[in-house]
Design a protein around this ligand. Structure first.
Ligand code: GLN
Length: 533
């Protein structure tokens, strides 16, 4: 395709309607027609990135291979499209303002008053066009976070308005809204949609396609009504009903004709068919798995499952590939004690000890690690989870009862987990962890070497603390193998029990960030495979 086409996805009525899933689904369908597609997210909040946010705020912080802490929707983009995203795929208001203020200080705007329009909007537009200008993509899908009508999203909508004016037929807007069902009246209501479209129109943007998120089927009559009131064509009113799994959404959107209408609106001939065979194969496995695998996820943010989005999706992928349905138990780590561990963790086929920060729930994670180790339960510790495994091993096997991480007990006499040398002088908290993809060498004849089938792997990181190599020898002598390490720094990245019959592995990195539908992560696949045997 000669010119890059831009698709903007906005949302109205309420947040959390699944703009990310709709964007990823459309991206998948276009990609499956042979187009080169990327997706980016613009978040209107002032934080430079979500790295400093509590996961209860916007869910998990997703880390890209280039070490950017991003919104969790980028995880959906990567999982659906099997692509890698980068720093440029997630831009916040904070980044935009910071850039404009830096330019102002540099004197780039000498003599002028720096204003939201045009300076902030120009910066937003430049960022929106950045990926498209590379010439690498036929379609750039841009999801705008938040809800139309929010004060903070105004500059983004204004930028879309200007771009539409400048680009004409090369861009369209898809607006996702919610159609509530009033139980007492027994009716679905389109009024909130009408209002939200009005709001968008007031800001100068006319949607081309409206996607209605709904818990009940939308009648033809209602589609006509929305089309009439919102100035869109009848077949550009798309129903997005609740699905059992998010992985069904692309297929639903294909049935609704979303990709077809997008092409028509952008003036592209509809010649190829979306090739979704691989996807459907996965979906069939997912839907037809009747036997289940019970996995306990031990963490402190379990109240909000979005906080562990990538881990849960990785488990779903791996379970499906093992013809199992994931029966996930979210277990609050704070509730686990030595006395109740057996009862809290009973009947599980496998345990994941989650990443995390700080003291809350840490002892519970350590108890879960002990219970899994002593009872031969398949167990994967991720990042902080791996660190808890190491502390547990030091305390209960090596007899170092005060073993700890200096993150929580600064003055422990046995800092089995200690701050990384490179982190010691870090003062700023934002974007300063050990972030992104690093090389890891796997030791021959270890579980991970067999699982990955490779001597060298690359995995993504997000941490400040590490396994303290002063304890390496004692760990090895007592049955914990340090099976993966960074070739440059020698940092220990993987620990595993030497016992060949016990699948007990802790990884300092985050394998969950790189599991995709078509390329599920080997570590998760093997974890589930082992859990069911
Ligand atoms: N808090 C730990 C560290 O900073 C682990 C971080 C994590 O689990 N992502 O090293």
């Amino acid at each position: 395709m000669s010119e890059t086409k831009y698709i903007f996805v906005t949302g109205g009525v309420a947040s959390s309607l699944g703009k990310g899933i709709i964007s990823a689904s459309l991206g998948k369908l276009l990609q499956a027609r042979g187009y080169r597609v990327t997706i980016q997210k613009f978040d209107p909040y002032i934080n430079i990135d979500p790295g400093t946010l509590n996961p209860f705020e916007h869910g998990e912080c997703y880390v890209t291979a280039d070490g950017t802490e991003t919104d969790l929707d980028l995880g959906h983009y990567e999982r659906f499209l099997n692509i890698q995203t980068h720093r440029v795929n997630n831009v916040t208001s904070g980044r935009i303002y910071q850039e404009v203020i830096n330019k102002e200080r540099r004197g780039d705007y000498l003599g002028t008053t720096v204003q939201v329009i045009p300076h902030i909007t120009n910066e937003i537009k430049e960022n929106i066009l950045y990926l498209g200008n590379s010439g690498d993509f036929d379609f750039v899908i841009t999801e705008i976070g938040g809800t139309v009508g929010d004060i903070e999203s105004l500059p983004f909508i204004e930028s879309i308005r200007q771009l539409r004016w400048e680009m004409g037929r090369n861009c369209i807007n898809i607006h996702l809204t919610y159609v509530p069902y009033l139980k007492a009246a027994g009716e679905l209501k389109t009024k909130p949609t009408q209002h939200s479209v009005k709001e968008l129109q007031q800001e100068g943007v006319q949607p081309d396609i409206i996607v209605l998120r709904t818990e009940h089927p939308i009648s033809q009559q209602m589609r006509h009504k929305v089309a009439l009131f919102c100035n869109v064509e009848y077949d550009a009113v798309i129903e997005s009903a609740d699905m059992k799994t998010i992985y069904e959404v692309p297929i639903r959107m294909q049935e609704e004709g979303l990709d077809r209408i997008v092409l028509r609106k952008l003036g592209i001939e509809d010649t190829r068919k979306a090739e979704m065979d691989d996807w459907n194969m996965f979906l069939n496995k997912l839907k037809n798995a009747h036997r289940s695998v019970r996995i306990g996820l031990v963490g402190k943010y379990v109240r909000l499952s979005d906080a562990y989005k990538s881990i849960i999706e990785s488990l779903i992928h791996a379970s499906a590939y093992n013809d199992r349905k994931l029966d996930l138990r979210l277990i609050l780590s704070e509730d686990i004690t030595r006395d109740n561990a057996k009862e809290k963790l009973a009947d599980l086929d496998g345990i994941i000890i989650a990443p995390g920060f700080g003291e809350r729930g840490m002892e519970g994670k350590i108890e879960a690690a002990r219970y899994a180790r002593e009872n031969n339960i398949t167990c994967l510790g991720i990042c902080f989870g791996m660190q808890c495994m190491a502390i547990e091993f030091a305390r209960n096997v090596l007899g170092l009862t005060d073993a700890h991480s200096t993150e929580v007990a600064e003055n422990t006499s046995n800092p089995v987990i200690d701050i990384m040398e490179s982190q010691k002088n870090v003062v700023d908290m934002g974007g300063t962890m050990r972030l992104g993809s690093f090389e890891c060498r796997l030791r021959a004849n270890t579980k991970v070497h067999r699982i990955y089938g490779s001597d060298t792997i690359f995995e993504r990181h997000r941490h400040r603390y590490e396994f303290n190599s002063d304890y390496a020898e004692r760990f090895e002598r007592n049955g914990m193998v340090l099976s993966g390490s960074n070739p440059k720094t020698n940092l220990t990245e993987i620990i595993e029990l030497a016992d060949p019959k016990h699948w007990y592995i802790g990884v300092q990195f985050h394998p969950e960030y790189s599991s995709t539908v078509l390329r599920p992560h080997p570590l998760f696949i093997d974890f589930i495979r082992n859990a069911i045997h």
